[in-house]
Design a protein around this ligand. Structure first.
Ligand code: MLT
Length: 401
């Protein structure tokens, strides 16, 4: 008889954004006339930049002719994209990362979970709370014990450095869901902790392109010592509108070594290379060609305009809540705005109330962890006019409470 992986039975019944979508659809079924505005999942709404589209078109053309046709690419990504990433995201900022440390993927979500394949299930995992739910769910699937690192307004949602030893630590900055950023000094403390405890940091910087305050680090490798203790995940989803096109990358430095049971130091880069070449066949040629185009001057300018646009939408959201007497967080170097529910309402109760009275979908804070209870998250990725309409409805709803 075949048995299931018991760890899956420990998961919450549904993945957060599936639950949000299900509740919104159930409401719509009961109220077909309702004009529901969805500001829950952070999905982009601006089309791909013209430079990306043109590169993708020409990639399709390559596939149409025998002379330029591409079959399987290298599992770790095409060199034109890896080189562009190294130059555009690292060397140009004075950061030491080489092309053989960059692994192209189909988006950061997959690799933040897949990375567990090469790590022992005996590791104790530290996860900041509240946070993007994939880290908790995938480590639960992998049978690892999790210790939550509570984040609050008092510690700027960057968590206190733990007193005990954690083997793996997940950090996400700019943060999903709170929109918080981490200073160089605080990130250095996490790196020092990891070096001292021989831990590894999983640094998710999927939202780094939203950083406008240049004192904030874009990459963990700006911090001395990080090459020996950190893996970095990046995504083109929010940077360049690739939520549908799918492309991102993971950096695994060659200086990162972890121990085997026998005490031998093992190259994590080599293990990840082995895992990827067995389980992954690379992102599509079109997606990689499109992604490389964002590193051209024209592509860079176009995606920066798009991000500025989303940050403009974030400002409208922030100002709405400020005008209502709330103290919204995030939305300045991040696309998410994090707000306390009125009257200390439970997150899901407020979600239901807003859906019912304003026909607006937000994400309940408790879906990101216990410390998110009593908060909700609003995304700035929705259409601008729809966002303005949603803010008007939220204003009336809150004033009527
Ligand atoms: C979110 O809304 O948190 C993100 O869009 C989810 C994701 O990137 O997978």
């Amino acid at each position: 008889m075949a048995f299931v992986n018991e760890n899956f039975l420990k998961l919450q019944q549904r993945y957060l954004f599936v639950e949000v979508a299900k509740r919104a659809s159930a409401y719509k079924e009961l109220h077909p006339e309702a004009d529901v505005i969805r500001m829950g999942i952070g999905d982009v709404t601006l089309p791909l930049a013209p430079a990306v589209i043109s590169a993708m078109h020409s990639a399709v053309e390559d596939l149409a002719h025998k002379e330029t046709f591409q079959g399987y690419g290298p599992e770790h990504g095409m060199s034109f994209l890896r080189d562009a990433i190294v130059e555009g995201d690292y060397v140009s900022r004075g950061i030491n990362v080489t092309a053989d440390e960059v692994f192209i993927n189909d988006g950061a979500k997959s690799d933040t979970g897949n990375i567990g394949d090469i790590l022992s299930s005996a590791n104790l995992v530290g996860i900041t709370d509240p946070v993007y739910p994939v880290y908790v769910d995938t480590n639960t699937m992998g049978g690892r014990k999790i210790q939550f690192i509570p984040c609050s307004e008092e510690n700027g949602f960057t968590g206190e450095i733990p007193q005990n030893r954690l083997d793996i630590i997940y950090l996400c900055y700019p943060n999903n869901p709170t929109g918080a950023v981490i200073t160089r000094e605080k990130l250095q403390k996490w790196v020092d902790y990891a070096l001292e405890n021989e831990s590894v940091i999983m640094y998710d910087s999927a939202y780094e392109a939203f950083i406008r305050d240049e004192s904030i680090p874009h990459s963990i490798y700006e911090i001395p010592g990080a090459r020996e203790c950190a893996i970095e995940f990046r995504s083109f989803s929010k940077t360049a509108g690739f939520t549908g096109a799918r492309c991102g990358y993971t950096v695994v430095p060659k200086d990162l070594k972890l121990k085997s049971q026998s005490g031998e130091k093992v190259s994590v880069n080599a293990l990840w290379e082995r895992r990827q070449s067995c389980k992954f066949n690379g992102a599509s040629y079109m997606a990689q060609k499109g992604a490389a185009a964002i590193y051209t001057p024209e592509g860079r300018r176009q995606i920066t305009e798009n991000i500025d646009f989303y940050l403009g939408t974030a400002r409208i959201i922030r100002e709405t809540f400020e005008g209502l007497g709330f103290n919204p967080m995030g939305g300045e170097n991040a696309p998410y705005i994090w707000v306390k529910t009125p009257g200390e309402m439970d997150s899901w109760d407020f979600f239901d109330l807003l859906l019912d009275r304003a026909n607006v979908v937000v994400t309940p804070g408790c879906g990101f962890g216990q410390a998110g209870q009593g908060y909700f998250r609003v995304t700035s990725f929705a259409d601008r006019d729809r966002t303005i309409e949603a803010m008007e409805r939220i204003k009336s709803c809150i004033k009527s409470l």
